[in-house]
Design a protein around this ligand. Structure first.
Ligand code: NAD
Ligand code: UDP
Length: 338
């Protein structure tokens, strides 16, 4: 039996493929390449030292999805496939509801028909909204979300909880990620955003490599020690290992569980910039710019539940994250296009 990884060619999916193989799982991957490149598959295979089945498939295409489940006996699904750009979701909510919510409904229907009732889902800290104070805990109220992207995550969490309530054979892990950064330590796979990056670390890395001129630091008048926004940055390899641990738990239990995957430590924008400069010996040009609408002062996890439930905690440091982000960016200045 294999673990099917939807969106396995993406940033977090590609790292999770490797960690699953390392942990001894057989995997199968599907992706429609709407935000990734076929090149990544060769690199995962090269790093893993073995092959695995890949299906170029859209999760909204029920017939194609059924063919995947016919071709491979699937024990569980790790579901990364989705659109993730907040601004784009405000401009084009239908694309987000269709892809993220519609796609997940189709995926769950096909899983159910195939007798596969175990799913690990990529949710986000964004479901906590603006009102909850950090450290954020899983039992805090969720759903007062600011944008359509975040609402699709909340809706999918709710739908998976409803599915588990309807049928005690279902098992769903709702993994609430904080801010994944970094790359595989080999520098062979990493984050390769299309166009100008929305997120802080890929922006810093592209300034450092000379693709972008200057970072805009969005606001220095937040209620934080240095005035810039504080987030919980987590190494993508730690995050990937969190999926392996959550999967093992999901395969042994039923019902729905929401679990934070974060370090529990906050880091400001300027702290991240200066850590990157120090660790890599490279200056990063920046200027202070106005606040970005919708941003909160502080957002970090209480990661205790993941430790209690499945023995996982983040191990890598901010220095590791900055070093590995730079190794990936400097070895692949144009991402997978090179
Ligand atoms: P990503 O865009 O790199 O990966 C997503 C992958 O899914 C891409 O390869 C894309 O081509 C594929 N995909 C999208 N829609 C698809 C569809 N309909 N059918 C098949 N494949 C499809 O994103 P990522 O950063 O790796 O994030 C993975 C998941 O984690 C997403 O669901 C995202 O919302 C969630 N998440 C990410 C972050 C983050 O900061 N990166 C934070 C919280 C949650
Ligand atoms: N940020 C910034 N400049 C950028 C991108 C992000 O100052 O070009 C800040 C942003 O305001 C927030 C932090 O960096 O305080 C993390 O933003 P990101 O978009 O990476 O993640 P978010 O937590 O918003 O999902």
């Amino acid at each position: 039996m294999a673990i099917l990884i939807t969106g396995g060619c993406g940033y977090i999916g590609s790292h999770t493929c490797l960690e699953l193989i390392r942990a001894g799982y057989d995997i199968a991957v599907l992706d429609n390449y709407c935000n990734s490149k076929p090149e990544v598959l060769g690199r995962i295979r090269e790093l893993a030292g073995r092959d695995f089945p890949f299906f170029p498939c859209d999760i909204r295409d029920e017939k194609a999805l059924r063919a995947v489940f016919d071709a491979v006996p699937v024990q569980a699904v790790i579901h990364f496939a989705g659109l993730k750009a907040v601004g784009e979701s405000v401009r084009d909510p239908l694309a987000y509801y269709d892809n993220n919510v519609g796609g997940t409904v189709t995926l769950c229907r096909v899983m159910q028909q195939a007798g596969c009732r175990c799913i690990v889902f990529s949710s986000s800290a964004t479901v906590y909204g603006k009102d909850n104070p950090s450290p954020l805990r899983e039992e805090m109220p969720v759903g007062r979300v600011e944008n359509p992207y975040g609402r699709t995550k909340y809706i999918i969490e709710t739908l998976l909880q409803d599915l588990c309530a309807s049928d005690p054979a279902w098992s769903a892990m709702l993994l609430r990620y904080f801010n994944p950064i970094g790359a595989h330590e080999s520098g062979r796979i990493g984050e390769d955003p299309a166009g100008i990056p929305n997120n802080l670390m890929p922006y810093i890395a592209q300034v450092a490599v000379g693709r972008l001129e200057q970072l805009s630091v969005f606001g220095n008048d937040y209620n934080t020690p240095d005035g810039t926004g504080v987030r919980d940055y987590i190494h993508v390899t730690d995050l990937a290992r969190g999926h392996v641990a959550a999967l093992a738990y999901a395969l042994r239990h039923t019902g729905a569980e929401a679990v934070n995957l974060g370090t529990g430590k906050g880091c400001s924008v300027l702290e991240l910039v200066h850590t990157f400069e120090r660790v890599n010996g490279i200056p990063v040009q920046y200027r202070i710019a106005p606040r970005r609408p919708g941003d909160v002062d502080v957002c970090y996890a209480d990661p205790a539940k993941a430790a209690r439930l499945f023995g996982w905690r983040a191990e890598k440091t901010l220095d590791d994250m900055c070093r590995d982000s730079w190794r990936w960016q400097s070895l692949n200045p144009q991402g997978y296009d090179a």
